[in-house]
Design a protein around this ligand. Structure first.
Ligand SMILES: [Zn+2]
Length: 624
């Protein structure tokens, strides 16, 4: 080999394999995403140094995504080149990013993929980005909400959902993947999906075709504040959506993505990060370079602070020690992220693979929107998949399962093979004239009841603190049985109902009209629901709602409270465990004898442990 060739080869190797430092964390990588606005400003080297110092002194970062386009802003080549050089010199991995918005501030106006001019532009942006990066990610907006005259004409008699699913799959192939790979056949292209998975199909995000077409997918795990933000997403989704996308693209879900918007307290910001990591996301992206510079406001210090919660505001405010021994006083929310990552990295490696009760969402299905996340919030470990789950002694199906035309037969097959199924009142209603009567003749009527009283067994009554509006389910005496009942006046209706079919049980879980009223079910009702549904798991919890359980296949587990006050819960662990260890404090907790409350058919011997969890905090346990 000539010297020149060897030199060229060296340069090539250097270009492709940048001088990276080892990862800053043992169990995951941390990235920051910079929007085209901020990347454009990186032409100012002095400002870049200052902002980078400000952020990186508070949170250790392994990788940066530099966006080339957003809102019709294209970052000039010179700026892009110098920014790439800058971050590589800091030892970071550098990837690209694209946001296909015309004007984000106009109701998230996206490109129109029926419009030839927009299509050309989209292709050019993909080609431009592939020129500079080995990898790039599409931020949340590779969908379309356009209903211009071109779109109206093009869709003909298709539904908007069908038109957009087809359009975006074609656009992904023809405008993004094909052209970018023509520039660099090795470029890795990742599609990042937002948090609103239940509605994707309506805007053209295609979970059926795209994960196979792109080199990887990525997950929006920002749940923000359920009440204060318009999407009203439940905190549990920050965990569950990672599991769901892992199941759709095993080994190719790159990570989770959190922003600081919409949360009233910094605890909620930190919580989204750790919930994402509890699901074993390999990478976490902080959106974004600008918002990480937001000053810490004392109003974001929650009322429960000072009591030793998992996110501790005062600990966060302690000076950070740099490698050179100097200390830096935290000033921006980047430190809330930094301290959270440092904390979680200490124990994440002790956890096995997450496990939960499988639930099924056929591709492009809707029905009982996001319900699995509410179920996660009442202490049922959930695991959402896009394939009908054949394994496990119990699965939980919500209304969205009706989108599978073969669903009744699949339920029958499971029951005949001796495996239980729980369906919601919403799915019962959807299937009651579509074959489910072949299993059991039950009706979810249009009549409602406002209830506060419940019966979980003979003579066992409990009360909710608020009235709950439930649908009235009717059944044929001695054909199926009430396991839990709601009572009003001198009558009542099923909350959990059971029917025997072949070798197993079909259970029906009554979902209140307001899903968040599941949180109002009294602990006795929730305990019984958890007991029935989580028989496959070695661990369950007893207590109020808004306490979640995360289980792993090596016997470790996490209990997380989303309540604003401390909560005492019981952990039930299957024999022969007589003590559990708090992996954060090394404290061991001895078992107390547990009386079997429930009927013999779900009686498995458990040991019980009582623990208290602080507001918006978690505890991590081992059983060995
Ligand atoms: Zn259009």
């Amino acid at each position: 080999m000539t010297k020149i060739l060897a030199c060229l080869l060296l340069i090539f190797v250097f270009m492709k394999v940048s001088a990276q430092q080892p990862s800053n964390y043992k169990n995951f990588e941390v990235s920051v995403y910079a929007r085209a606005y901020e990347v454009r400003d990186m032409s100012d080297q002095k400002k870049l140094e200052e902002t980078w110092d400000l952020i990186s002194h508070q949170v250790k970062i392994d990788k940066i995504y530099l966006e080339t386009h957003r809102d019709q802003i294209i970052v000039p080549e010179k700026t892009l080149e110098s920014a790439i050089r800058f971050f590589k010199s800091k030892g970071l991995k550098v990837a690209g990013g694209i946001t296909f918005t015309i004007n984000e501030s106009n109701n998230f106006e996206t490109f129109c993929f029926s419009n030839p001019e927009h299509r050309t532009k989209a292709r050019e942006i993909a080609e431009y980005t592939a020129k500079y990066f080995d990898e790039f990610i599409l931020d949340d907006f590779f969908f379309t909400s356009c209903k211009c005259d071109l779109c109206i004409k093009a869709k003909v008699d298709m539904s908007w959902t069908d038109y957009r699913l087809k359009l975006m799959t074609e656009a992904a192939r023809e405008l993004i993947i094909g052209p970018a790979k023509a520039v660099d056949p090795d470029v890795k292209i990742v599609i990042k999906y937002p948090n609103w998975y239940e509605h994707f199909q309506g805007l053209g995000f295609n979970l059926e075709t795209e994960p196979r077409m792109f080199d990887g997918i990525y997950t929006g795990t920002e749940t923000r504040d359920a009440v204060n933000s318009d999407q009203h997403l439940q905190p549990y989704e920050s965990y569950m959506i990672i599991r769901y996308f892992n199941n759709i693209a095993p080994g190719r879900n790159g990570g989770g993505w959190v922003d600081p918007f919409g949360s009233l307290f910094l605890d909620r910001y930190a919580e989204q990060f750790w919930l994402t990591l509890f699901a074993k996301a390999p990478e976490i992206t902080m959106f974004d370079y600008r918002s990480l510079q937001t000053p810490i406001q004392k109003e974001t210090r929650a009322a429960w602070q000072g009591s030793g919660t998992s996110f501790d505001f005062d600990t966060m405010m302690e000076p950070v020690r740099m490698k050179d021994g100097k200390t830096v006083q935290p000033t921006t929310i980047a430190r809330a992220a930094g301290i959270t990552f440092e904390q979680v990295d200490q124990f994440l490696g002790l956890l096995g693979n997450p496990v939960g009760i499988k639930s099924y969402r056929p591709f492009h299905a809707t029905g009982e929107d996001f319900l699995q996340n509410y179920l996660g919030m009442i202490g049922i470990p959930m695991d959402l998949t896009s394939e009908f789950p054949a394994d496990g002694n119990m699965i939980l199906l919500t209304e969205s399962a009706k989108f599978d035309p073969g669903i009744v037969q699949k339920i029958k097959d499971r029951l005949q093979s001796g495996k239980n199924v729980m369906i919601t009142s919403g799915l019962l209603k959807a299937l009651q004239d579509k074959g489910i009567a072949d299993i059991v003749e039950l009706r979810c009527t249009d009549r409602k009841a406002l209830v506060t009283d419940f019966k979980t067994g003979r003579g066992r009554f409990s009360k909710s603190s608020q009235e709950i509006l439930i649908p009235q389910i009717t059944y044929l005496t001695n054909d199926s049985w009430e396991e839990i009942s709601a009572i009003k006046g001198a009558t009542g209706w099923p909350i959990v109902h059971r029917a025997v079919y072949s070798k197993a049980n079909l259970y029906v879980l009554t979902i209140p009209d307001n899903f968040s009223d599941l949180y109002q079910y009294p602990p006795e009702v929730l305990n019984r629901i958890r007991s029935i549904v989580s028989n496959d798991l070695d661990i369950k919890i007893e207590g109020p709602s808004q306490v979640s359980l995360f289980c792993y296949d090596n016997g470790t587990f996490i209990v997380q409270s989303f309540l604003p006050e401390p909560v005492t819960v019981k952990i039930l662990v299957r024999d022969p465990t007589v003590k559990i260890t708090d992996l954060l404090s090394d404290e061991t907790i001895e078992a107390i004898a547990v009386k079997q409350q429930f009927p013999a058919r779900d009686a498995v011997s458990y040991h019980s442990f009582e623990i208290t969890v602080k507001p918006h905090s978690y505890k991590v346990f081992g059983t060995k």
